[in-house]
Ligand binder design. Structure first.
Ligand SMILES: C[S@@+](CC[C@H](N)C(=O)[O-])C[C@H]1O[C@@H](n2cnc3c(N)ncnc32)[C@H](O)[C@@H]1O
Length: 512
């Protein structure tokens, strides 16, 4: 082991980002779909830990939206935790602890209390990027701290899809090591060099169709992301079956993919493939075969510790009681969705009335299927459409209505602190919704509009004052707007569309 970073990339912070897949409402929905009893009621007093929390943005937003729950977010990088603690103090997050601890430190604290006290644990962007020794610490920690019935979310680079990227990763690692100087600069050079190699279209590059697209997307990513994704000394891609076997050491069973649409086999596999997979009895092997046949490169899995199976009637009852709402204006729901498994039609006679109903409130599945325009499609079709919309971040499952007022007090305080940071360039890019119990992305310009409205100021003038103070200017059609007049005119136009399209969504989500 090399110092406190234990081979994990040091000297460069991770990106600050919110990941909606960690939201209890989505986790619970995914579990219910597979017929498992969720570990806790969403408006209750559950305990949630995020291990390897980075800047803690996801945990902070989730803590804001679940005042009755307790959050522990752990990361050994002091720069990450210092920022998270400052945000928690500013935003009044009295139900979240941001702990500057390694997994081993955190496991040792739990060992002294001996309590099995965690209902949900998130391991996002961790499993593939830490050593086998640290994974063993995590398994032991889950065995000792997760309650019976508890849930684990784990994401990782999956095989065989990741095979295609292995030489690319090696080039990035070797090339950054081959240079001296500033790490972000070396990363940029490495990505550029890999691009020049790919342009030769020789050898491995000729066989790896996916790589040019990945390189193009890397050229647009920050060095912070690239460093944490590719440059750790531990970087392991896993077959699902191996992850399942390792986690079995914590008495965990695979419960299903956390992305609802990944639970629908017919989307990605043809009937012959589905039939072949069904011949296999072992669930871990079956899931691994799904990855082989879809060439999946990244997985987001749910595991449960002795969770109970719901009866079909209970599952249906709970799903019927689940409420949903739209995250975009109804007209933004497409007729053909571009998804990771290709283009999928969204028939307007189903998706049209569904989008309208979801844009008009927070209806339950039961209420939705009672609407004449949806009733004729049947409950299964409506549920399937909801699985698609929630997977593509066009809609979200919501929390129960009870406790909304308390949640809104908590998110209002958090959102005020987040918005205030947008005066300067310290923006977080996510506000907390007490309705869906999750985060909602807002751009800096949108945040400045909201801040101006709260202060009864002219939104365009205020936004321009703050942006120009940071030396920023807007662009239109890829051209930077040079003068104050041009920027103000652009901001007025954007405010008009923000008021028409975004404000109704943010109101419905309890954010304004
Ligand atoms: C790729 S980031 C993911 C952050 C966050 N979960 C997210 O999804 O945004 C992985 C994080 O794990 C932390 N980490 C890695 N090894 C660790 C260890 N042994 N103990 C504690 N934190 C660790 C790193 O500092 C880093 O912030």
């Amino acid at each position: 082991m090399t110092g406190w970073t234990e081979g994990y990339v040091g000297g460069i912070d991770y990106i600050r980002a919110f990941y909606r897949e960690l939201s209890p409402s989505l986790l619970s929905f995914a579990l219910l779909l597979r017929g498992w009893r969720p570990p806790a009621e969403l408006d209750g007093a559950f305990a949630y830990a995020e291990l390897g929390c980075g800047h803690g943005v996801s945990s902070a937003v989730l803590a804001a939206a679940h005042p009755t729950a307790r959050f522990e977010a752990v990361d050994f990088n002091p720069a990450h935790i210092a920022g998270a603690q400052r945000l928690a103090a500013e935003a009044g997050l009295d139900n979240a602890a941001f702990l500057e601890e390694s997994f081993a430190d955190y496991a040792a604290t739990g060992a002294t209390t001996g309590a099995k006290d965690l209902d949900m644990v998130a391991l996002h962007g961790v499993w593939s990027w830490v050593s086998a020794e640290n994974r063993a610490i995590l398994v032991d920690l889950l065995r000792r701290r997760l309650k019976p019935g508890g849930l684990v979310f784990v994401s990782y680079n999956a095989l065989p899809g990741t095979l295609a990227y292995m030489p690319l990763r090696r080039i990035l690692v070797e090339h950054t090591a081959d240079r001296s100087g500033d790490l972000p600069e070396r990363i940029e050079q490495a990505v550029g060099f890999a691009g020049r190699l790919a342009a030769l279209n020789a050898g491995w590059f000729r066989q790896a169709d996916e790589v040019p697209a990945r390189l193009e997307s890397l050229a647009r990513k920050s060095p912070n992301y690239i460093a944490h994704e590719y440059l750790n000394s531990d970087w392991t891609a896993f077959y699902h079956a191996d992850v399942a076997r390792e986690l079995a050491g914590a008495k965990l069973d695979f419960a299903g993919p956390s992305v609802p649409m990944e639970q629908i086999d017919e989307l990605a596999l043809d009937p012959n493939a589905i039939a072949l997979i069904q011949e296999v009895r072992d669930p871990a092997y079956r899931e691994t075969l799904r990855d082989v046949l879809t060439n999946r490169a990244f997985r987001r899995d749910l595991f449960v510790k002795g969770a109970e199976r719901l009866t079909p009637a209970e599952r249906r009852e709970r799903l019927r009681a689940t409420r949903f709402t739209l995250l975009v204006p109804a007209e933004d729901v497409p007729e053909v969705a571009i998804t990771p498994v290709g283009r999928i039609p969204f028939p307007p006679d189903l998706y049209g009335p569904l989008a309208e109903a979801l844009a008009g409130g927070v209806p339950s599945l039961e209420e939705l299927t009672a609407l004449p325009a949806l009733a004729r499609h049947g409950e299964d079709a409506v549920l399937r459409a909801l699985m698609m919309l929630t997977s593509l971040a066009l809609a979200s499952p919501a929390l129960p209505e009870s406790g909304l007022a308390e949640r809104k007090n908590h998110t209002d305080r958090f959102n005020a602190a987040v918005l205030d940071r947008n005066r300067t360039d310290d923006a977080l890019g996510t506000l907390a919704s007490p309705v869906i119990g999750s985060g909602v992305a807002v751009s800096r310009v949108e945040a400045l509009f909201l801040l101006a409205q709260r202060r009864n100021l002219d939104p365009a003038a205020f936004a321009w004052e703050r942006l120009s103070a940071d030396g920023l200017a807007l662009s239109r059609d890829g051209v930077r707007l040079a003068t104050a007049e041009e920027n103000l005119a652009e901001l007025r136009g954007r405010f008009g569309s923000f008021t028409r399209r975004r404000i109704p969504v943010l109101e419905r989500l309890g954010i304004v």
